[in-house]
Design a protein around this ligand. Structure first.
Ligand code: 5AD
Ligand code: SF4
Length: 502
């Protein structure tokens, strides 16, 4: 929970850590839990690597570029090891590369995949015990934590100027069979108004291009009671927006059998104090009509669904092992569009999957038109180790992938220009996220997950986290602009997700 308890011992400790996070919202939220765990263990978070005793990277391996970033960071700060600083690699690259990381970056002492975070407290103790001036052998603990020093490694590391006492190697690499979740009461949420709750970890879908099932393990859901308890605690602490997280949130299966995903969604939406509920990411295969019914029934469920399609071609979807056809995907879009409220739809697309023909790529472009997305996250296919697609022939040259990406982005930009114009003249409720002093504008987010920058009179007592109604006066491809017309202070009761035509 927010407001991580400060242990009494904290006053006298000198242990500090720096944590940088790469990747998706799951990683961002994992980092909040990791920070909470470290603080509970007597560590203090600092802003720079220079101030830190322990430098941690929570990594992403979804595409090769993301993976390379962490090795660049490790190389950049390697010299700090001579000051006694320790380095740890967490998250998906840790799980994917495992002990190979010690070879590539011998100054790393800790490698821990996300499925092993619950063991972090013991691993930190191991790290501290091993970090004394005297070299000490560290016993293996339940096969999860080990400090190893094999001769070949020592030789290689000493070539790179390290001393044997620096060669601490602690690993937390549970395999994908683990059925444990990382539930902790010590979550250091960074935003006091909006917070994440993980409802399901891992993925069992094995899409042909995707590394996630290998790095995050098998699907495991939390009980809906424990999710609701966390949601109520957040409501009591003053949070007004909750985002339910999972690689596939709608594959959620309550281990206690009490609630379906849609029922859980509705129940979170009814928690006192919670004005907005979002959820991400949904898999089209498991996307049921009951989710749309829940959005229709519960006003606090936001007017937004993120439904990754990946490709508009049924042949390619089959090659990607996505488990649905273009038509089945469009059927789900039809359900969303038939909701009582206008629901914004966003998606993910991969271009240049092996064997993607020009006409198959064209089908993705026509799908963009047919659906009318509010936003598209598009990526060039990146071959990932161990995935089924890595062995496929017919790789698309990088230049062609880049071209297709450009075409797709230009097309979507045009569509978004048209789409965002529809909001002109409407009054949308926003949650204030911050202020851009240079432009004298407040930054707000609508229920549809659009950024709406707006002007307000200096008399209006606005602050981040408050909700106000804004008249949309202008639109861009990626944002809207407007003027504050009704504020909470005026005690005007506005439906949380009202879209009022002028
Ligand atoms: N190459 C490119 N994009 C990928 N994604 C997942 N794996 C890959 C890959 N190997 C994209 C998908 C997914 C999003 C989170 O990242 O579009 O929905
Ligand atoms: Fe990856 Fe597919 Fe699982 Fe999403 S559903 S995490 S794309 S394997």
């Amino acid at each position: 929970m927010s407001g991580v308890r400060e242990p009494a011992a904290q006053e006298q400790r000198s242990k500090t850590f720096y944590l940088e996070t790469f990747g998706c919202q799951m990683n961002v939220h994992d980092s909040e839990k990791v920070v909470g765990t470290l603080v509970q263990q007597g560590y203090r978070q600092v802003e720079t690597v220079e101030q830190a005793d322990l430098i941690l990277y929570n990594t992403c391996s979804i595409r090769d570029k993301a993976e390379q970033k962490v090795f660049h960071r490790l190389a950049d700060y390697k010299k700090l090891q001579s000051q006694g600083k320790k380095f740890g690699v967490l998250g998906c690259v840790a799980q994917q590369e495992g002990e190979k990381i010690f070879e590539r970056a011998p100054h790393v002492s800790l490698v821990c995949g996300s499925a092993s975070y619950r063991n972090l407290p013991q691993m930190l103790v191991q790290l501290e015990n091993a970090s004394g001036p005297a070299e000490r052998a560290i016993p293996r603990a339940a096969g999860e934590v080990a400090a190893l020093r094999d001769d070949a490694f020592v030789e290689k590391a000493s070539d790179s100027g390290l001393r044997t006492r620096d060669l601490i190697r602690i690993t937390g690499l549970d395999d994908r069979q683990t059925d444990k979740c990382f539930e902790t009461e010590f979550t250091a949420r960074t935003n006091p108004h909006r917070g994440y709750i993980t409802i399901i970890e891992g993925c069992d879908k094995f899409c042909a291009y995707c590394i996630v099932p290998f790095t995050r393990g098998k699907e495991r859901s939390r009980t809906s009671d424990s999710v609701l308890l966390e949601a109520r605690q957040m409501g009591d602490l003053g949070y007004t927006e909750i985002q339910l997280l999972g690689q596939n949130v709608n594959s959620y299966k309550d281990p206690a059998g009490k609630r379906s995903f849609a029922e859980l969604l509705a129940a979170v939406g009814e928690v006192p104090g919670i004005r907005r509920v979002r959820f991400t990411t949904s898999h089209p295969r498991d996307f049921g009509r009951d989710i749309v019914d829940a959005i229709d029934a519960v006003p606090s469920l936001c007017d937004h669904v993120h439904l990754p399609v990946q490709s508009g071609s049924t042949r390619l979807l089959d090659a990607m092992q996505r488990l649905y056809t273009r038509e089945q995907y469009l059927e789900r879009i039809g359900w969303i569009k038939s909701a009582k409220r206008g629901i914004a739809i966003t998606t993910d697309v991969i271009v240049g999957f092996p064997g993607e023909t020009e006409s198959e790529f064209e089908q993705t472009l026509t799908l963009l038109e047919q659906v009318g997305y509010d936003g598209v996250f598009s990526f060039k296919y990146s071959p990932r180790p161990n995935t089924p697609a890595v062995t496929l022939d017919d790789a698309i040259p990088d230049q062609e992938k880049a071209y297709r990406l450009e075409v797709l982005m230009a097309k979507q930009r045009e569509l978004q220009i048209i789409r965002n114009k529809r909001y002109l003249g409407m009054i949308l409720e926003v949650m204030i996220e911050g202020r851009n002093e240079a432009r004298q504008q407040w930054i707000g987010r609508t229920s549809q997950n659009k950024t709406l920058n707006f002007l307000a009179s200096p008399q209006a007592k606005l602050e981040p986290g408050s909700y106000v109604s804004v008249l949309v006066t202008g639109s861009f491809p990626n944002s809207l602009v407007g003027e504050c017309c009704i504020s909470e202070q005026m005690e005007l009761s506005v439906h949380p997700s009202s879209m009022i035509a002028p």
